[in-house]
Design a protein around this ligand. Structure first.
Ligand code: GTP
Ligand code: MG
Length: 254
């Protein structure tokens, strides 16, 4: 596969990212990669993220589409809807699909190397815990321990081999997403990142980690909450047990 010829679809969920979205689009399109398209999945952000993204991309002639949903429904469901939209539009073509946050914690400058690695792999995970990776230098010890401890706990529960199992910065071959069972995804929030990685591992796709430095958001507010963390731990435990056939399949709409 000639990686530099293959279309790249970048899916970005947004909720109140007006202060970040134009900057993110600049950084993505400054890379100058051919055939790159951004799909923003916005949950009717009160700060008009979607309108800002639309008018900015039109003024710069960037290839950006917006999928607007009625109300805040979680980043996991935003990704599922965004990926399904890419699959619907490009049902037969080759392609790569990137998932990344809008708050610039995931630096677009890593994308060319991550995409290149798809020559020999199916999924690339931007990893804070792979040799050479790391988190924001300004993080205190408590935040670092909390983040690393949470990742280790979820890694144990999920059985994932990748070191950064909660990473939200990934690149997939489009054919990998064609194999995902979307109705088995239970998490509405960030636990989605773990569930999709679990399915990729179980289906035997070649997964490679690429070291990234994860920087803290400089603008806007985090949407992370305790309930989203508990949802991830609870539903990933259920997903693991059901993968052993120990409990019947369970699905929640909450
Ligand atoms: N469409 C949509 N996007 C969301 C939702 N919640 C979060 N996001 C987006 O998902 C990405 C990650 O959200 P953050 O709030 O930065 O959460 P995080 O990166 O896991 O946590 P922090 O490290 O605290 O920033 C950002 O681009 C958000 O705008 C949601 O309910 N709907
Ligand atoms: Mg963030």
């Amino acid at each position: 596969m000639q990686v530099n010829r293959v279309p790249v679809h970048i899916v970005v969920p947004t909720y109140n990212e007006a202060q970040n979205v134009s900057n993110l689009l600049d950084k993505i399109f400054e890379l100058g990669l051919d055939n790159m398209h951004v799909l923003i999945v916005d949950d009717n952000s009160p700060d008009n993220t979607a309108d800002i993204a639309k008018s900015y991309s039109e003024s710069k002639n960037f290839s950006v589409s917006i999928l607007k949903r009625d109300s805040k429904s979680g980043l996991g469901t935003a990704y599922v809807q965004g990926f399904q939209e890419v699959l619907r539009q490009f049902s037969r073509e080759e392609g790569f699909v990137v998932q990344m946050d809008a708050d610039l914690s995931h630096d677009p400058e890593y994308l060319p190397q991550m995409i290149e690695l798809l020559n020999q792999n199916d999924v690339i995970v931007g990893s804070r815990y792979y040799h050479g990776g790391g988190s924001d230098e300004e993080w205190g010890l408590y935040r670092k321990l909390l983040s690393e401890g949470g990742n280790k706990l979820i890694r144990f529960v999920s059985g994932l081999k990748v070191k950064d199992c909660t990473s939200g910065f990934k690149v997939f071959k489009l054919e990998v997403l064609r194999e995902i069972c979307w109705d088995k995804i239970r998490c509405v929030g960030f636990g989605f990142q773990v569930e999709i990685a679990m399915q990729c591992q179980r289906k035997g796709f070649q997964i490679k980690e690429y070291p990234i430095i994860f920087s803290d958001r400089k603008a806007g507010k985090s949407k992370m909450s305790t309930s989203i963390i508990f949802e991830a731990i609870f539903k990933i435990t259920l997903a693991r047990f059901s993968s052993f056939g120990l409990i019947p399949r369970f699905r929640s709409n909450s």
